[in-house]
Design a protein. Structure first.
Length: 92
């Protein structure tokens, strides 16, 4: 088992250190024991990558939400000022 077969799309610094260590340990096992562990390892890697993508999407969504809230707060403030100015104009 070589590390490039298990990590085709992942750079080593993108994986948790423990996963890299696990890959090295799996590579040390006898050839007949490696396939089952490789399959499980690959599923874990896919899960790690999927979670990272989801986390990234959630972070982007939160950033957009924060920006939207800032715009809404600004709009609310301007609307209140306009309302107060109109009220003041009507009272005069």
């Amino acid at each position: 088992m070589n590390s490039t077969s298990r990590l085709p799309n992942s750079e080593p610094d993108q994986l948790p250190r423990e996963m890299i260590d696990l890959a090295k340990e799996i590579a040390k096992l006898p050839a007949e024991q490696q396939p089952g562990l490789e399959a499980a390892y690959n599923r874990v890697i896919e899960t790690v990558n999927r979670r990272r993508r989801i986390l990234s999407l959630v972070q982007e969504a939160l950033s957009q939400l924060r920006l939207d809230i800032k715009y809404l707060m600004f709009d609310l403030e301007v609307t209140r000022r306009e309302r107060d100015e109109l009220k003041k104009g009507l009272e005069e």
